[in-house]
Design a protein around this ligand. Sequence first.
Ligand code: AMP
Ligand code: MG
Length: 406
Amino acid sequence: MKASARTALHPDEARLLVERYAVIGATERLPLDDALGRALAEDLPALVDQPPFDKSGMDGFAWGEPGPGPEWRVVGVVAAGSAFSPLLAPGDCVRIMTGAPVPRGTQAVQRVEFTSESRAGDGSAIVSFTAEESGDNIIRRGENQRRGDQLLRRRILSAQDIGVLASSGYATVPVVTRPLVGVVSTGDELVPAGKVLAPGAIYDSNGPQLLAQARAAGALARHYGIVCDDGKALAAALSTALEECDIVLVSGGVSMGDFDHVPRSLIAAGVEQHFHGLAMRPGKPTFFGMKGPVAVFGLPGNPVSTFVNFEVLVKVHIMRRMGLELEPRILPCSLAAAIERRETDRVEFYPARLEAGKGGIAARPLAYHGSSMLSVLAETDCLVRMEFGEKRLEEGRIVDVRLVRP
Ligand code: AMP
Ligand code: MG
């Protein structure tokens, strides 16, 4: 099918579509140690009060009722992890360490810096307070969080999330299974790394790049090799990938060239087409379809295009398979140089680099044509989006950029 201006789908509609067709994976329970980078399957409540007891926020002396004189008798010591069980008597205090439970009857903790210690006539330790505290230096039970409060919402678990879960006593967590992404690189010109380049040949960079993008997005990924621009070879690779994977990404061969067999082969393999052609740049000939629960994306071979299409569309689908909605990380910053274009009939994503600007962070758009492509990918921190009908974005204008580097 030819991608004309009339049939080309707006990328925002394409996003909704690829999201809608995502089949959410099953839930499994994993030890917390194995859960980094995995999608939490449900919102989780706190299992304990935080802190679980009234604790001291300072090293110092916990005191209760004042005694007859201005000094305090030191009747014990309580470290983090231990406890002082007797009720504090008037005029008594205990030496206490940060994080230790305060004794019963404690009114406040006087920090050690605001005290002066000495000995009574009988040799026992006494302490007087040399400055006034503004607070009681006690962190009350449940002050940060109460048992049953929401601890974490569904998300991809980061290192700090693992810490939060551990602090609440989670030994295992429910996560969504990872989808398996199969990648097929198409093109007669492609050779794998490690081989010598014959005249006219280039290394397959999209294969490794897409595998890496899929893994970075939380999926499992498997390469189904490099396939030449030949319907039969493609059909064979596709049938295995469609059999084994949840998502199949085919790089190259989706345009209108004589050797662009991918859309035909996909349809012949039983894939139902949902779109072929987007009002988006890069990514005009992008294909999306489903075969049963398996999603198939045909991505244009230009490496910047492959990269951007994955970020904007494939990642949304992967996230949804893991029960999440992709929330792109958006940062307002000023444009370091104007962007101008002639045709305004597509939404365009410009790769850009972040740099220090006059009043803050600035995004410098990176031109990509021919051989500049690879250096552009190496420098890309974010994407600047230009809307339908927009012809020029002035230098210095504040734009929302989408971060694409962790
Ligand atoms: P295609 O989408 O197949 O028309 O390819 C568009 C451009 O991307 C051509 O210059 C291809 O050589 C290049 N290309 C296609 N596939 C890959 C790949 N796997 N790795 C690097 N470049 C590719
Ligand atoms: Mg090709």
